[in-house]
Write a protein that binds this ligand. Structure first.
Ligand SMILES: [Zn+2]
Length: 279
């Protein structure tokens, strides 16, 4: 069971090493390293990360946002492939086995354009993963939050089917946003997860979640909400995290859940963790 945060929470003021005892006091044991500007982690931090793994912390790594394996621009795809290889080497050296990445985009947002982009991404991933020793590292394409971004539920399933090293990163908020508010009930969420389980059962065991609530419009994601914050129209922020925890239990899913709630990820992660433990 892993419940944790994405990057150092804004509510934490202090040195990097101190964030782990701070999280641990809240019952949290997960930390997604945000490699926003590149797969670079200072030596000092690398030492801290290794030490904290021995103390029961679980780390995943989020690839830089400029990685775009679905781009129309060949130079961007080429750079993204070599960046991913660097990230895999870094993860291996730290004993981290989950790297989350955005499928990206750039092709026409038509059925044909999206098929081309997915084919290109699948080829790119299969190419660079065959060129290096992957060790225990798994790659997690993430559900995209905007209707135009690559990474619908079906696309993530397809990538995972066609790429040996890809596993699903299900950002339930992005899924809700890109489908313009689809996760209205616990049953809907359960149906979506069941679809993944049936399609890629052997990979489903290693599913990775991002869970929080989100504001969205007709183009999908607008903004992550704070934990407990309402939508601008006053309605409750969705997807409902109680339902999410209930589905984890009902489906016997081993949770690895990272909260990306705006400025409150530790509160939202703690909320889900406490609910999971007591239910
Ligand atoms: Zn992401």
């Amino acid at each position: 069971m892993v419940f944790g945060v994405a990057g150092v929470p804004t509510n934490y003021k202090g040195k990097f090493a101190g964030v782990f005892p701070w999280l641990k006091d809240m019952g949290l044991n997960g930390f997604e390293i945000q490699c926003t500007y590149g797969f670079k982690i200072s030596e000092d931090r690398q030492e801290i990360i290794k030490k904290m793994q021995n103390e029961g912390f679980y780390f995943s790594m989020h690839a830089p946002y400029y990685i775009n394996l679905g781009s129309l621009n060949n130079a961007v795809v080429g750079r993204s492939k070599s960046n991913m290889k660097e990230g895999i080497e870094l993860a291996k050296s730290l004993g981290i086995n989950r790297i989350i990445f955005h499928p990206g985009g750039g092709h026409d947002n038509t059925e044909e354009g999206r098929i081309r982009a997915i084919n290109q991404l699948v080829d790119a991933v299969n190419e660079f993963t065959s060129e290096i020793d992957m060790g225990d590292v798994r790659l997690y394409p993430e559900i995209g939050g905007k209707t135009a971004s690559l990474g619908s539920l079906d696309e993530i399933i397809e990538i995972c089917k066609r790429c040996k090293f890809c596993y699903p990163c299900i950002d339930i908020a992005h899924l809700h946003a890109r489908e313009i508010g689809s996760i209205t009930t616990k049953e809907v969420l359960k149906e979506k997860l069941t679809k993944i389980k049936n399609a890629i059962p052997e990979k489903f065991k290693y599913i990775h979640f991002h869970a929080y609530t989100i504001n969205y419009g007709d183009k999908g994601e607008i903004k992550h909400l704070k934990h407990g914050e309402n939508m601008p129209d006053g309605s409750a922020g969705m997807p409902n995290l109680d339902d999410f925890v209930a589905v984890l239990k009902e489906m016997n899913i081993e949770p690895w859940v990272v909260s990306e709630a705006l400025d409150t990820q530790e509160l939202s992660a703690k909320y889900m963790r406490d609910l999971y433990v007591k239910s």
